[in-house]
Design a protein around this ligand. Structure first.
Ligand code: C5P
Length: 460
């Protein structure tokens, strides 16, 4: 039924675009940037006129600024499903297409074309996959955009922790069959064929290597203790240059470090390595490309990200400069956290990182994810990062380990923001909110009591 609805909606969009201009709004994370790029590529190929805007969140201000006329339609990607009620006024004037995978609110309208797998009882897929299916139904020549769809799916699977199953898995198989994506098993480390090995180790935050992630000097020492040379003929060795013997030694040593730090999934360093076939070597690795896009998005370098996705590879150099800067910022956030443990409030049911203005609101999500992966805090409890945002607001990013099956962060956040008259949403293991600064303490109290109720009810 979901696929039938996609077919139907593409026909409607085709006829509307003969007379109207499209305005696209998408989310700034990797999946949002890819979703926007997939749609943009489709519209460019059809010679349709459009405007594209990337935002942090769909708020009433963003909608007001749109100034949408009757001669324009709105397409929302990777956002919108949770904010349908904000769209009522526009819907009385013109059509809106929502291609999203976030938890939807119940709302229908004659002018609303809402594509979200959750409405159809389908398991979750990334917005990039929804956009891919949509563009493919629009015109079969868009099948070549499947690699971009997979990057979004891999990025979201990693960040928002849902599983690569169902339709997403089917699309992955399709991408392999089409020769656009290759999948190999191996060590999931950054820069396999492009970075010196000590950098691969130091830049690995997921999987996290205790004592080594974040520190190049520790990584160099770790390798030397293992007897693995980091240079050969005056050239930095890369992960791909290691002998099988060395790779095995390195993998075992990383597992030992992770076991020592009591990681529940110590052997998680092995996994599927996805590559985009035919792309320049620097951006072939899917997870690394996703990280590159995320860095561009989180630092508001949207144009660079979109250019890369649309195949303008002259943007590669700039994107790596952005990534270096972004990693530096993340490193600083983690350093601040390590040195300011008193800014972490641990209650019976959760950890709260009270970052104030020390961690930028655009980095609090990634920082909270890294903290969860790193065992810096007790990960048997959910972690809530709170950072100051514009207009007297606080941005909240919540993350919980996949092992804590009884906790649905989206439900907790939605319930809490309802009580506070604020906005929020997300997924089971990664959710977020924006609340007035004055309500931070109340938020913590409400969340703690909701978590307490949840945990107590499951224990009975
Ligand atoms: O920003 P962050 O990475 O923490 O977001 C986690 C999840 O929560 C994302 O899916 C995001 O769309 C959602 N979120 C939301 N409302 C907010 C902030 C985040 O629905 N105000």
């Amino acid at each position: 039924m979901f696929l039938d609805e996609i077919e139907r909606f593409t026909k409607i969009l085709k006829s509307l675009l003969k007379e109207k201009k499209a305005k696209i709004i998408s989310h700034l994370d990797t999946d949002g940037l890819l979703s926007a790029s997939i749609l943009a590529k489709m519209l460019l190929r059809e010679n349709f006129n459009f405007e594209l805007r990337i935002v942090k969140q769909l708020t009433s201000d963003v909608i007001k600024e749109l100034n949408l006329s009757k001669k324009e339609i709105l397409i929302l990607t990777d956002l919108g499903s949770g904010q349908l009620l904000l769209l009522k006024e526009i819907l009385d004037k013109t059509q809106i297409f929502v291609l999203d995978h976030h938890e939807p609110v119940k709302f229908t309208h004659l002018n609303l074309f809402h594509l979200n797998p959750l409405i159809f009882g389908e398991p979750e897929i990334s917005s990039s996959v929804i956009c891919y299916l949509f563009t493919k139904a629009f015109n079969l020549k868009n099948t070549d955009l499947i690699d971009l769809a997979i990057v979004g799916a891999v990025a979201d699977e990693q960040e928002e922790k849902w599983e690569f199953k169902g339709l997403a898995e089917k699309i992955l198989k399709e991408a392999e069959l089409l020769g656009k994506i290759s999948v190999l098993k191996g060590l999931r480390l950054y820069g396999r064929s492009t970075r010196p090995i000590h950098k691969s180790l130091a830049y690995s935050f997921d999987p996290f290597i205790p004592g080594i992630s974040g520190s190049e000097s520790q990584a160099v020492q770790f390798l030397s203790e293992l007897g693995i040379k980091i240079k050969e003929n005056d050239e930095w060795k890369k992960l791909k240059d290691l002998t099988l013997e060395e790779q095995k030694k390195l993998a075992s040593a990383i597992i030992v470090e992770r076991l020592r730090a009591k990681h529940s999934e110590a052997e998680d360093i092995f996994g599927d390595i996805y590559s985009m076939v035919g792309k320049p070597e620097e951006i072939q690795n899917v997870r690394e490309f996703a990280t590159l896009l995320n860095a561009c998005g989180r630092t508001s370098n949207f144009d660079t990200a979109i250019r890369l996705c649309l195949g303008d590879f002259s943007a590669i150099e700039k994107s790596f400069e952005i990534l270096t800067q972004y990693r530096k910022m993340i490193g600083e956030s983690l350093d601040w956290l390590r040195k300011n443990k008193k800014s972490i409030l641990e209650t019976k049911f959760a950890n709260y990182i009270l970052a104030e203005d020390k961690i930028p609101e655009t980095l609090i999500g990634t920082t909270t994810s890294i903290v969860l992966n790193s065992n810096l805090l007790n990960t048997r409890k959910p972690i809530f990062g709170l950072a100051e945002a514009a207009d007297g607001k606080i941005k909240i990013s919540a993350r919980v380990s996949r092992d804590l099956k009884q906790i649905n962060l989206r439900d907790i956040i939605v319930d809490a923001v309802k009580q506070l008259g604020a906005e929020g949403g997300g997924h089971k293991e990664a959710a977020g909110a924006l609340i007035p600064k004055a309500k931070a303490k109340e938020f913590i109290k409400i969340v703690d009591s909701l978590l307490g109720e949840k945990i107590a009810s499951k224990e009975v």
